[in-house]
Design a protein around this ligand. Structure first.
Ligand SMILES: Nc1ncnc2c1ncn2[C@@H]1O[C@H](COP(=O)(O)OP(=O)(O)OP(=O)(O)O)[C@@H](O)[C@H]1O
Ligand SMILES: [Mg+2]
Length: 819
């Protein structure tokens, strides 16, 4: 540890008098403009501080100012600070803000995500427990590939186990700090499916260890394991980090909670008397620890807990006071982000969650603009509305970078993108098919990993036949067998091409791959022991891609997509150059670490002048002048899958709350009457959450009520088929295939419409119909069922109406009764 450890007297009253005349303090300028509870939170000194507060109340800002204050008053060295944020992007912002507040003396702080902090610890300590510091980080695609093989080898599909299912169970268990053995002890091992699962879990873990690799969940869980198994290692970090601060604490899972707990333990003196008494060893712990536990500050909002599906546990926040007795609790209630209108809407929605402490956010910003509501005929129509509004706002001088569009699922972005491209609106998708998820990028990185960590068999296998070298499954198996017989790695086996018992052409191909990898290794990890300069990553990567024939294969291809792939690889090479610039002492491992930890929200670039499109999950912690929340429909938000899970709808409501509270000045809520997904068009219903917003806060530009008052859904739907053929409106409608919709409120009265959104959406799911049955439809009158097709929610009745002719109706939602 390069930095000296400065003992900090925890709990000292030094400079801790909130409300003291600001002029007395060296950090006075940092306290200006804070409200009273914020000031209290920034200046409190003690072992544990919990700041609970609603969205936009300055939690993140308080953390930043608290760090700056600790540094400015010289209560802490930068190296004694560990701040945990939710994304790398948030970490970067926090670092910048601290630097802005106090200048360059912020160097040496650890401001990072849980995952990055653990990688840094593991890189230093992995050799303590059978890994090397060049370990690979498996992302979820890598884990899935490994599990696919194991599920096949164990013939586990016979027990209904799928790679995805096993993966998510293992992930949950690791988040609970369970391993294969501990799980086996409490599992029902008389159940053969459980036995196979436990076997696969064990085999998966051994494979990771053999490959010198950690999966994402391991990064945390194994660090906790490390600290518990090797207290002297943990003590190094306990002594170092005197101030630990965690943002978005409501979304920590058990493993993360345990990590923090380990880090904040006091360091016991090496003494402590043990003596023998009556044949029993008695251990007498020291009464006073050598070093007090670090001071811990956590901030969070239980109303914004949206990661239960990843094991986040709201109890971590609600039970903080129990776990850290004597903890100071500060509540913030003033919101500085949004207008009163936006806040009132958000407050009203979240009030419907029954298991929460009521807290009311207020602002003195004033009411601001009404929320704008819009109902499109289809998702294209909805997207057109969003695009029109964005253009209007842009003309009114709102920069594109201050606008964001949210949706619940990634697939919803396509319709928006199509219209944005046509309207020439610059936009950027956050998450989705990420750059680093693209096959060519993963191939290129697998080459680098094969050099950096040759024990990583998965990486070597991945590049074996990319580009095509005629190496098939049979050869791959021969290599694996040869490696096993000789007790060498798969990578090393490539150096024995002539002994593998394969044909001369394949021998040559293997030898060539071996030569390329060896040459790149000399550049990136020189055997001379010399430290390779960061530019060696660029050099090595170019060599790998060129000499392996990978680039050539793409250049020769006639597939137009391959051109895009080449561009992506060029971009990756540009990334390595940037890395070299930013990290003068960076190594190939630092590069791979950085790449492996890039999270969804991390490509955000506020300055770039583009509208940001992202899922509601990605939006956490961010803020924009104008926000569009799209697809506010049942089955999307709340999402269909969560509807039947315990606590599901409540978590979805929190997610919706997060989305609403991102908006500073303008909030738009939109939905569509029909939505095409996976090639099928189905009718959509307004989300129940819409009804929870007081009606007078929403200004409906177009509601389903308007739609009907202008001649009914059917005729509008027909008009909407032709772009530009809509009656009235903007004249830019992109209707797609519409199905008959249930009748809604005939009047255009918005409030009335809102009142009529059924609390529980109409659901004829149980209505059994058979050919020959007579039914009555609210609009079409009586008719006879000719046939019923489809299944479940997609069941369609083919009905011949007495006067309205033949129609196809979606049974689940059509306003029909059986006669
Ligand atoms: N005392 C203050 N004076 C002026 N602006 C403030 C003050 N406190 C917070 N803000 C501003 O209010 C906005 C919201 O603050 P911040 O992002 O810290 O809130 P938060 O509680 O972390 O929100 P979230 O729950 O969404 O993460 C920011 O733009 C911040 O700069
Ligand atoms: Mg925040």
């Amino acid at each position: 540890m390069p930095d000296p450890i400065k003992p900090v007297i925890v709990g000292s009253a030094a400079s801790a008098r909130p409300g003291a005349p600001a002029g007395e303090r060296p950090d006075a300028d940092l306290l200006e403009g804070l409200n009273r509870p914020q000031l209290e939170a920034v200046t409190y000194r003690g072992p544990a501080l919990l700041i609970v507060a609603g969205a936009g109340s300055g939690k993140t800002r308080v953390l930043t100012h608290r760090i700056a204050s600790l540094l400015r008053t010289r209560e802490a060295y930068p190296s004694q600070i560990l701040a945990i944020t939710f994304t790398n992007k948030a970490a970067g912002e926090m670092r910048e803000r601290v630097q802005h507040l106090i200048g360059d003396s912020a160097q040496g702080m650890w401001i990072s995500t849980f995952h990055s902090a653990c990688v840094r610890i593991l890189r230093r300590e992995a050799q303590q427990f059978g890994f090397t510091k060049s370990f690979t980080i498996y992302d979820s695609g890598d884990s899935r590939a490994l599990l696919k093989r194991l599920v096949k080898e164990h013939e586990a599909d016979a027990f209904g186990l799928t790679p995805a299912g096993v993966q998510s169970r293992i992930s949950k268990l690791k988040n609970e700090l369970a391993d294969a053995d501990s799980y086996a002890r409490q599992a029902n091992m008389s159940d053969p499916a459980e036995r196979v699962f436990v076997e696969i879990f064990g085999a998966y873990q051994s494979a990771l260890q053999r490959a010198n690799a950690f999966d994402f969940d391991d990064l945390i869980a194994q660090t906790v394991y490390l600290f518990r198994a090797f207290p002297h290692v943990a003590d190094v970090y306990r002594k170092r980090f005197r101030h630990i601060l965690v943002d978005e604490y409501q979304d920590t899972n058990h493993a993360q909670y345990a990590l923090i707990h380990e880090l904040t333990r006091p360091v016991q003196g090496s003494g402590g008397d043990s003596f023998s008494s009556g044949g029993m060893m008695i251990f007498e712990p020291e009464t006073t620890p050598e070093v007090e536990g670090a001071s811990l500050t956590v901030v969070g909002d239980s109303d914004q807990s949206i990661y239960a599906f990843r094991g986040a546990d709201i109890r971590n926040i609600t039970e903080f006071e129990r776990d850290y007795p004597g903890a100071k609790v500060v509540l913030l209630e003033q919101n500085y982000r949004s207008t009163q209108t936006i806040l009132s809407a958000a407050n009203a929605v979240i009030a419907n969650n029954f298991d929460r402490k009521d807290k009311k956010l207020w602002t003195d910003v004033g009411a601001g603009e009404a929320i704008v509501g819009f109902t499109g005929y289809s998702q294209h129509d909805e997207a057109q509305f969003v695009a029109d509004e964005i253009e209007a706002l842009h003309r009114a001088s709102v920069p594109y970078s201050q606008m964001a569009v949210f949706y619940r699922t990634n697939s919803q972005s396509r319709a928006l993108e199509e219209i944005f491209i046509r309207a020439a609106i610059p936009y950027k998708i956050m998450g989705g098919t990420k750059f680093y998820d693209r096959a060519e990028i993963k191939d290129a990185l697998a080459y680098v990993v094969a050099v950096a960590n040759p024990a990583d068999e998965l990486a070597v296998r991945r590049i074996l036949n990319r580009p095509r070298r005629g190496i098939g499954d049979v050869t791959e198996t021969s290599i694996a067998r040869f490696a096993a017989e000789r007790g060498i790695t798969f990578r090393d086996a490539l150096g024995h091409a002539p002994e593998l018992g394969v044909g001369p052409k394949i021998q040559a191909a293997i030898a060539q791959l071996d030569a390329v990898l060896t040459e790149a290794t000399e550049i990136m990890l020189p055997s001379s022991g010399e430290i390779a300069p960061p530019s060696s990553v660029t050099e090595g990567l170019s060599l790998l891609l060129n000499k392996s024939g990978y680039m050539d294969a793409l250049r020769m291809s006639r597939d137009p997509q391959d051109e895009a792939r080449l561009e992506n690889l060029d971009e990756l090479i540009a990334v390595t150059r940037e890395f070299a610039r930013n990290n003068p002492e960076g190594t190939i491992l630092d590069f791979l670490t950085e790449v492996a930890l890039v999270a969804d929200a991390d490509d955000l670039d506020d300055a770039s002048g583009t509208v940001s499109l992202m899922t509601m999950h990605t939006a956490k912690g961010l803020e924009y002048d104008a926000v569009f929340v799209t697809g506010v429909e049942e089955d999307l938000i709340p999402h269909r899958i969560s509807a039947n899970e315990p606590g599901g709808p409540q978590e979805e409501r929190r997610l919706f709350y997060v989305a609403l509270t991102r908006a500073r000045k303008r909030l738009h809520l939109s939905l569509a009457m029909t939505r095409a997904q996976f090639g099928e068009v189905s009718a959509a219903m307004p989300s129940r959450f819409l009804q929870e917003i007081p009606h007078d806060l929403i200004d409906w530009r177009q509601s389903p009520g308007d739609v009907n008052s202008r001649g009914g859904m059917q005729s509008r739907a027909l008009n909407a088929r032709r772009p530009g053929g809509g009656s009235g409106g903007s004249g830019k409608r992109y209707g797609d295939d519409l199905v008959p919709l249930p009748r809604r409120e005939k009047s255009g009265d918005i409030a009335k419409f809102a009142n009529r959104i059924p609390a529980k959406v109409r659901d004829n799911g149980d209505l059994q119909l058979a050919p020959g049955d007579r039914i009555r439809h609210d609009d079409f009158g009586e008719g006879r069922v000719d046939a019923v097709t489809g299944e479940g929610a997609k069941r369609v009745a083919h009905v011949r109406f007495d006067s309205a002719g033949a129609k196809k109706l979606l049974i689940k939602i059509a306003p029909i009764v059986k006669l």
